[in-house]
Design a protein around this ligand. Structure first.
Ligand code: NDP
Length: 482
């Protein structure tokens, strides 16, 4: 039954100060899941004031206490993993198995942050005078704003909240509007784990009003943003000198060389393209196949694609659920239409599935003859589509992979290390997955855009995000004076 949800500000569950709400639906069957507050400027202000008030004391609390809090939150999440996974599936559309995986990663982010912080090596530098030392430490950055997308409703946020909680920062997190409910369950876990009030506030509402009020709030020191490149650019325009972490889009170009294991390459490409319906920043959205092996690769690929079943999130045996909302489905349709007009050919799929409980199921799609002038090649499609293009030489493959200016994760499939190394060194990207799908990542992986690309900057994961969310303090000590 649909429920009226509340936001979590300063340790209390509250409605919007003007009573405004919006509705959240299950994309898999169109059912109303509940209403959620639209935070007002006043609510945003309350949340940041609470975070600032908590932060001064929290940053100076014993590290052991902050680590224990993270461990307890991780335990609370795991205790409720089935309930949280069900909520993710219901508001996002992904399969239950994929949601359970997401919940496990969320718990891991709290646990891992706590374990990792002491592993961050500070430095001790000997000064010109040997009795003096420079001691470098990592300090809590202050008050952060976390703004995250709908494809991983709580995973992305936990990548910021976990590290902040152990390093001593406090903040305000806003989930994406299509998927706010599982984040409110995360707030319940934080509450039952005993998080001090104000340490993490969760507010809801549209990015254009609530999100902008957050990042421009005078008490916000650090902007942690995961989302589209255009939104990231807008935020940069309005925040002035605040530090930003920008985790933006990608198209996961995957290069299949003619010496690769074709079966493995086909399986990995399909998984990278269809996992979570391709609604993943590092999804395989462009496949660059060497002309000399195209026939063999395509034969394998078409066999694998047949094995992908989709359905409502709790149906047994499915690997894909519904897409998240009308907007991403329309984007996929627009990209395919543009491609077809310019000469692309759909080999399978290419349309919404009929006879499903909602209109948001899209058939797993393979589209051939994709060229540089098409949106499928130039932009993120963010749907279950495998666009096939070809290349002749390794330099051609490199030029094409770098072509559209995104550089998050790219893949190379090859059994020739010399060629692989040659290509790897010339790809402008934050990561290269060799003989693994571009969509593969692990929690410790330093994840983020490379070299001035549209995929953003800053590194998530492991020790790296702890560095991103702290600042370095240098303490110069004259031991002679002691
Ligand atoms: P958006 O950029 O549209 O939204 C992301 C978040 O920003 C949402 O919470 C949204 O709120 C909010 N927002 C929107 N406009 C503003 C604004 N003007 N100021 C502040 N906040 C705003 O992205 P999507 O939700 O559509 O997510 C898909 C994108 O995220 C893709 O480009 C994908 O590649 C990228 N992504 C990147 C990842 C990475 O690690 N690099 C990981 C996952 C996704 P609201 O929903 O209320 O509009």
């Amino acid at each position: 039954m649909a429920k009226n949800y509340k936001m979590y500000i300063n340790g209390e569950w509250v409605d919007s100060s003007d009573g405004g709400t919006f509705e959240v639906y299950d994309p898999g069957n169109g059912e109303l899941l509940g209403t959620v507050p639209i935070a007002t400027k006043e609510d945003v202000d309350k949340a940041f004031v609470a975070a600032r008030a908590a932060q001064k004391e929290y940053a100076l609390s014993p590290l052991k206490d902050r680590m224990d809090l993270c461990y307890r939150i991780s335990e609370e999440i795991l205790k409720r993993k089935e309930e949280i996974a069900t909520m993710i599936s219901r508001e996002q559309g992904k399969t239950y198995d994929d949601s359970l995986y997401e919940v496990g990663e969320v718990a891991l982010n709290f646990d891992m942050s706590a374990r990792n912080f002491q592993r961050l090596d500070g430095e001790i530098i000997t000064a010109y005078d040997g009795d003096m030392r420079m001691i470098l430490t990592y300090e809590a950055y202050g008050v952060y704003a976390s703004i995250t997308p709908w494809n991983y409703p709580i995973l992305q946020a936990s990548e910021y909240i976990g590290p902040a909680m152990v390093t001593g920062s406090c903040g305000v997190a806003k989930p994406a509007s299509p998927t706010p409910l599982s984040m409110l369950l995360l707030a319940e876990c934080m509450e039952s784990a005993g998080a001090p009030k104000g340490v993490c506030n969760i507010i809801t509402g549209p990015g254009a009003s609530v999100g902008e009020a957050m990042v421009t709030h005078p008490e916000c020191d650090l902007v942690c943003f995961t989302g589209e490149d255009k939104t990231g650019a807008r935020i940069e325009d309005i925040v002035g000198l605040k530090k930003c972490i920008m985790e933006l889009g990608g198209t996961g170009p995957s290069i299949v060389l003619d010496d690769a294991d074709m079966k493995k390459a086909a399986q990995q490409v399909a998984e990278g393209a269809f996992y979570n319906n391709g609604q993943v920043c590092c999804a395989t959205e462009r496949v660059l196949v060497q002309e000399t092996c195209k026939e063999e690769f395509m034969k394998e690929l078409m066999e694998v694609v047949k094995t992908y079943k989709f359905g409502y999130w709790n149906e047994p045996g499915i690997r894909m659920g519904s897409m998240n909302s009308e907007k991403p489905v329309q984007k996929v349709e627009a990209h395919l239409k543009d491609g077809l007009e310019k000469g692309a050919v759909i080999l399978t799929g290419g349309k919404r599935a009929e006879g499903m409980p909602s209109n948001l199921y899209f058939e797993p799609t393979v589209v051939d003859n994709v060229t540089k002038d098409m949106l499928l090649y130039r932009d993120e499609t963010f749907g279950p589509v495998i666009p096939i293009s070809t290349f002749t030489t390794d330099d051609d493959a490199i030029e094409q992979a770098n072509y559209n200016g995104f550089g998050l994760i790219m893949s190379i499939f090859s059994n020739n290390m010399k060629r692989t190394n040659y290509i790897t060194r010339r790809l402008v990207t934050g990561g290269v997955n060799v003989n693994i799908s571009s969509g593969y990542w692990e929690a410790e992986l330093p994840f983020g855009g490379g070299g001035g690309t549209k995929s953003g900057y800053g590194r998530m994961g492991g020790l790296h995000i702890l560095k991103e969310m702290t600042y370095t303090k240098c303490v110069f000590v004259d031991f002679n004076g002691c």
